[in-house]
Design a protein around this ligand. Structure first.
Ligand code: GDP
Length: 444
């Protein structure tokens, strides 16, 4: 996961100061020294680190006093606020043009994830903001880029504007905007050409496109894995094009975090979105505060809740919960519930958003094996309707049949049956306790 090293080191540092009822200047000095090293190791720009530490020192020593917090907690609050400010403070929202369409120009080096992000952004705009985007293939130097965008357009069922590889990218962009007006597409996302390095020809072309379509947003797509290089690339694109924002891709990889923590400070342009995987729904709004919270191991409950709201049918979840409490919960319900959880994305990511998750030793090293879930699904799917409703009828013969049908072993079938029974028992006890009855196994 991204930021793992940084996160671990900062949390160790925080742990030392957290419970202190009195924080001396020496404590602050030691803490900032450790924070400084952690940031440098995470490949954060050294000047950015220097300013950051200076601000923390000033604020932590001349502490604002809040009664509800211990001095140690107050220092942590300062660190979190400064980390948030470093990444841009408030979340930066995407522009909406007064007169549609809103034009977004996507720029960046080859391989950064520009084309993929064009598709993801269109998907996000539709899913979250109810928009109707058009994609524009203005990278005429790589025929594959046009095909790639057309494939994404097909997957998303969205229009892709292309004039092939012979046309001029400036014309393509201008004509696309006209077409979007006619077709009532409220966002136009222009995928421009990339190069392996920043070069003058590329910049000239991008400047011409900019002059021609006057975009509302110019997003630079940078690969977070490239660390300080990403920051240098951002600086030169910003000098030439005056970007409006940055999209950091590949934050799902084990990036050390330097780019995320330096880009805003170096370019003064906000990070607007974060790419969290290769799939079309793996682009998130970038929230500096939530990211700071995640890095400091305080969890990111807000993103978790939003993810749940976007992907889970709340009414159905309530019904399932009700069923669990009344002990009428069956394997069919279980299957459905697993589907709801799966919609939210990889389990590892979900766990990572829970507060303190990376402190729980047991959790930390578990590689969540999504295959296990597939196995469980296969076992349940091999049961008959009646068996799913009434697992108690599953005798040895039936177990053998289920194991064979799902390609699993009988002991795996046994394990699932046992787990299911235990879960039901626990639910029943919890619900009894809530009703004020005396629970059998639970003594708090
Ligand atoms: P372009 O040359 O900038 O248009 O880059 P592409 O869109 O073709 O992406 C290059 C590679 O990066 C592809 O294999 C993408 O699937 C991958 N990629 C893009 N964004 C992400 C991301 O957020 N996470 C991961 N893991 N891979 C990504």
């Amino acid at each position: 996961m991204a930021f793992e090293g940084l996160s671990e080191r900062l949390q160790q540092t925080i742990q030392k100061i957290k419970g202190k009822g009195k924080v001396t200047e020496q404590d602050v000095k030691e803490m900032t020294r450790e924070v400084r090293l952690a940031l440098l190791e995470a490949d954060v720009n050294f000047k950015v680190v220097k300013d950051f530490i200076k601000r923390i020192k000033e604020r932590a020593v001349g502490q604002e006093v809040m009664e509800s917090l211990t001095p140690g907690q107050q220092v942590i609050k300062v660190v979190k606020e400064e980390l948030t400010a470093l990444m841009g403070g408030e979340q930066s929202k995407i522009a909406v043009a007064d007169r549609p369409p809103t034009v977004i120009m996507m720029v960046g080096l080859q391989g950064a994830g520009k084309t993929t992000t064009t598709g993801k952004l269109a998907n996000l705009l539709r899913k979250k903001y109810n928009r109707n985007p058009m994609l524009v293939a203005a990278d005429v130097y790589r025929p594959a880029a046009i095909n790639q965008l057309q494939t994404l357009g097909k997957q998303l069922n969205m229009p892709v504007f292309s004039l092939g590889t012979e046309a001029n990218p400036v014309d393509i962009a201008a004509k696309a905007v006209e077409e979007a007006k006619r077709e009532h597409n409220d966002y136009v996302i222009v995928d421009t050409a990339g190069r392996l390095h920043v070069d003058n020809d590329l910049m000239d072309e991008l400047q011409q496109i900019k002059a021609s379509v006057n975009p509302d947003e110019i997003f630079l797509v940078v690969d977070a894995m490239t660390g300080q290089d990403a920051v240098n690339v951002a600086e030169s694109f910003n000098d030439q094009l005056d970007l409006t924002g940055v999209v950091l891709t590949k934050l799902d990889g084990d990036t050390r975090g330097g780019a995320a923590l330096s880009i805003k400070a170096v370019t003064d342009k906000p990070i607007k979105f974060a790419g969290m995987g290769e799939k079309l729904d793996e682009l998130e709004d970038f929230h500096p505060e939530r990211m700071a919270s995640r890095i400091l191991g305080m969890g990111d409950m807000l993103s978790l809740i939003e993810k749940a709201q976007e992907n889970v049918d709340e009414k159905r979840v309530k019904e399932l919960e009700q069923k669990m409490r009344s002990a009428s919960f069956t394997f069919d319900d279980f299957l459905e519930q697993m589907g709801q959880v799966k919609n939210m994305g990889p389990l590892e990511d979900i766990i990572g958003m829970l507060p303190g998750a990376n402190k729980m030793k047991g959790l930390k090293n578990i590689q969540f094996d999504e295959k296990q879930l597939v196995h469980v699904e296969a076992i349940i799917q091999s049961m008959t309707k009646k068996e799913r409703q009434e697992p108690s009828i599953i005798n040895a013969n039936r177990k053998k049949r289920i194991a064979k049908g799902s390609g699993r072993t009988v002991s795996e079938v046994n394990r699932l049956l046992k787990q299911f029974e235990e879960m039901k028992k626990m639910m029943k006890q919890m619900s009894n306790m809530q009703k004020g009855k005396k629970g059998k196994g639970f003594n708090f």
